[in-house]
Design a protein around this ligand. Structure first.
Ligand code: ACO
Length: 334
């Protein structure tokens, strides 16, 4: 067994064209642009076209990540799709993506830890690469949350959007890549944020549909309190694990759920807001896709250079949380 550094070889993202603005939502539920902007920081979000499902969004993001990495789909060893809105309960979205990409030799699976899923998936991918079992792992976060949100519930309808982000993870030069992780769960808060029906606990029925139990159910206030604390605690754990200080962090990459949650966790470590990646105003909460989407945008804008320390942190249903330290660069020449 080897113990190699694992890092990013390539990155890509995709958002659907259709924009749903706060002003559009004003016409659908009793809300206002002013309320949504001041309470959440969200101005608009993207909606998948009727014919698009999660694997379609995943495909576009994955295709770009493979091109950026200079890797052909046939070379992939493993595909991990982190999602809270898979095409089906089964087959895995990873299987649909494998077929569409033509990733003939890849294994794969979906990973479900709500919005913390992408960081969990990166941690899993890093282990496969570190042990030497796999060379090239595709890690995708993809969501069509618009299909599981009740657009009559103003408490949730305003928050979520659709999109996807992907990275190819492979061996990198020592001293670069995914350097440390902290993963957590607290199932005592499972009911605070869930999709109650459609699984084995509450199979779909007329009763379920009448009571709209097939949609996201959330206690926003309690999730908010949890999030503000855990984003900071998880950040601290990763700083401790990696022996870094807040001053060593070049970019803070928090899950995009609410601007106020992001601001509060950044303040705890005195991260200036210029070091914090924020795109919630454009996309809302895209669950597992927020982190790769934010990193890809920053990368395309030239905001990330080799050697930069990115601290990734997320929270979500479960309740769950996760954080990782990613030192950018060290990938082999294409
Ligand atoms: N428009 C207008 N008014 C609203 C809306 C809305 N969309 N939603 C709620 N209100 C009203 C409430 O009814 C309440 O009215 P009242 O005072 O007359 O009772 C008032 O606004 C305040 O409501 P709060 O719920 O206290 O508002 P808060 O400031 O907590 O903001 C929010 C609500 C935005 C949902 C916030 O609690 C939040 O962001 N929570 C975290 C949610 C989250 O991050 N979820 C995703 C987790 S990740 C995953 O795994 C999917």
């Amino acid at each position: 067994m080897t113990n190699r550094a694992a890092g990013v070889w390539g990155i890509g993202s995709y958002v659907p064209e259709k924009i749903l603005s706060n002003f559009d939502l004003e016409k659908m539920v009793d809300t206002s642009d002013e309320w949504i902007t001041t309470r959440t920081g969200i101005q608009e979000r993207r909606l998948a076209a009727p014919e698009q499902a999660t694997s379609d969004l995943a495909y576009y993001a994955a295709d770009k990540a493979l091109a950026d990495a200079g890797v052909k789909a046939e070379e992939l060893d493993l595909i991990i799709v982190a999602t809270s809105s898979p095409d089906h309960l089964f087959p895995a979205t990873a299987a649909l993506l494998q077929e569409r990409l033509g990733a003939k030799k890849a294994g794969g699976f979906d990973l479900s830890v709500a919005c913390s899923g992408y960081i969990y998936a990166l941690a899993v991918a890093a282990q496969f690469v570190a042990t030497g079992l796999h060379e090239k792992v595709l890690v995708v976060g993809a969501e069509t949350l618009s299909r599981i949100v009740n657009f009559e519930d103003r408490g949730t309808a305003i928050l979520f959007g659709d999109g996807a982000g992907a990275m190819v993870i492979g061996p990198v030069e020592a001293g670069y890549g995914l350097m440390g992780h902290h993963l957590g769960l607290d199932g005592s808060g499972a009911e605070l944020l869930s999709l109650p029906a459609g699984g084995s606990r509450e199979p779909l029925s007329e009763e379920v549909l009448k009571n709209k139990r097939q949609y996201v159910d959330m206690n926003g206030k309690e999730v908010y309190k949890f999030a503000v604390n855990i984003m900071g605690d998880a950040t601290l754990k990763v700083l401790e694990t990696t022996g870094l200080t807040p001053e060593d962090i070049d970019l803070y990459v928090p899950h995009q759920a609410n601007y106020r949650i992001i601001e509060a966790s950044a303040k705890r470590f005195n991260f200036p807001m210029e070091k914090v990646l924020i795109n919630i105003h454009k996309y809302g909460n895209v669950s597992t896709a927020t982190i790769p989407l934010a990193i890809d945008e920053a990368y395309q804008e030239g905001r990330i250079k080799d050697g930069d320390n990115l601290l990734l942190v997320a929270f979500g249903g479960g309740l769950s949380w996760a954080a990782s330290l990613l030192r950018w660069g060290g990938r082999p020449e294409k």
